[in-house]
Design a protein. Structure first.
Length: 178
């Protein structure tokens, strides 16, 4: 969710900060998470390993590292091609958020699968994973908005997020498992 807040900063110079932009951002986040949940659930049943998360987190990190270098050209091109209306906003939001958040959306179903030892605890494990995820998203939203953006700016934060995700992916690759 922290990157969603950054997405608003990347879109603002081109599409403004109104309700249309926020509708595009929120809808894109929800679609991306849906893709991630579905994809993660399908993949982890076939490959139940922390490596599944490691790969998707590494892909998200790589994508985020490229965003600051390409966002201005991409946003300008989308604005010139589609305009500032709904299609432009949705395509711009998707260009920024769809892939990395889809990759990150795989985390919850993979974590539920890997942490569940028996069906009798599946509800508790799912509730715990999604509860921790939600608290993390609230923290990420507020910390990014009120602490990081005013102090270090959007592009540097994007690189910081990419580095943190890269470190997480590396630690997951080093985790013993299947």
């Amino acid at each position: 969710m922290g990157f969603e807040m950054l997405g608003s900063r990347y879109l603002f110079p081109y599409f403004g900060g109104g309700i249309d932009t926020w509708a595009g951002l929120i809808s894109t986040v929800l679609i991306a998470l849906t893709f991630g949940y579905l994809g993660g659930g399908l993949v982890v049943d076939r490959y139940p390993s922390p490596r599944v998360i490691a790969v998707t987190v590494a892909l998200a990190a790589t994508y985020l590292a490229i965003v600051p270098l390409t966002a201005d050209r991409a946003m300008s091109w989308i604005l010139e091609s589609l305009g500032a209306g709904p299609s432009g906003v949705l395509v711009a939001a998707a260009a920024l958020l769809l892939l990395p958040l889809s990759f990150l959306g795989t985390l919850s179903p993979v974590a539920v699968r890997l942490l569940t030892r028996s069906t009798s605890e599946s509800g508790r494990v799912a509730g715990l994973v999604y509860g921790i995820s939600t608290i993390g998203n609230v923290f990420g939203t507020l910390f990014t908005t009120f602490a990081l953006i005013p102090t270090i700016g959007s592009r540097l934060i994007t690189y910081l997020y990419a580095a943190i995700l890269g470190a997480c992916a590396l630690s997951l690759f080093l985790t013993p498992g299947k």
